[in-house]
Design a protein around this ligand. Structure first.
Ligand code: PGA
Length: 245
């Protein structure tokens, strides 16, 4: 399976910048064997999806509600993302868990809604600096996996140590190897054989300079890229560092 290189644009880009960024990525995507995905703010998703039509770059949302529709002011339903041209959605990102109090249970409900709407979910897990300092990182991630993933699970998991997000600090290749091996074991324990092939992305300050070594770590199925995804050349350089299938 090819590696997945996903750009999380977070709350960045006005409309014109989002379109320029999307076109920049699509223009350089030729010859890249990794699967490419960009996740703009929901407001620009339809325009970005339109601009990327016919390209090899897929579009995803950054969150969705657990309900199909209803009285949920300000929220966005999974079928709306799908309708706007998304085929993926990031769920349970640590910024959602921290800033919006999202629990594992809520993330699981959202994941179910996403799958029902025909979206591929990317479910994020990861420990804080304090949890790692206390030696609890695998325990924390184990609980998150057990609580956030519905059964069966057909999506992608992203391991993003919170202390590495936007900080310029990356986990060492060794730390990533240990955690991804643990996540693989947990996925097999939870889901049996299908757990062998679920892609596990690494995220947290992935840059062109560290992408090749991170993407070569066993059980790393791609990258979830924040800051560097806002520059098409950097994002494409990361994608070119991906392993071919
Ligand atoms: P970063 O963000 O690459 O800027 O660290 C990653 C993420 O939050 O998905």
């Amino acid at each position: 399976m090819p590696q997945l290189i996903a750009g999380n644009w977070k709350m960045h880009c006005l409309a014109a910048d989002a379109l320029a960024l999307a076109r920049g990525v699509a223009a350089g995507a030729g010859g890249i064997t990794a699967e490419l995905l960009v996740c703009p703010t929901a407001l620009h998703l339809a325009a970005v999806a339109q601009a990327l039509k016919g390209s090899t770059v897929a579009v995803g949302g950054q969150d969705c509600h657990y309900a199909r529709q209803g009285a949920h002011t300000g929220d966005i339903a999974a079928p709306m993302l799908r309708d706007a041209g998304a085929s993926w959605v990031i769920l349970g990102h640590s910024e959602r868990r921290q800033n919006h109090g999202e629990t594992d249970e809520l993330v699981r409900e959202k994941t179910l809604a996403a799958v029902e709407a025909g979206l591929n979910p990317i479910v994020c897990v990861g420990e804080t600096a304090d949890q790692r300092a206390g030696g609890q990182e695998t325990e924390v991630v184990g609980w998150q996996l057990a609580g956030s993933l519905p059964k069966p699970f057909t999506g992608v998991v992203a391991y993003e140590p919170i202390w590495a997000i936007g900080s310029g600090k990356t986990a060492t290749d060794e730390d990533v190897a240990v955690m991804h091996a643990f996540i693989r074991e947990e996925l097999i324990r939870q889901f049996g054989d299908p757990g062998q092939t679920i892609r596990i992305l690494y995220g947290g300050s992935v840059k062109p300079a560290n992408a090749a070594s991170l993407l070569a770590v066993p059980n790393v199925g791609g990258a979830l890229v924040g800051g560097a995804s806002l520059n098409p050349q950097e994002f494409l350089a990361i994608a070119r560092a991906a392993q071919a299938g």
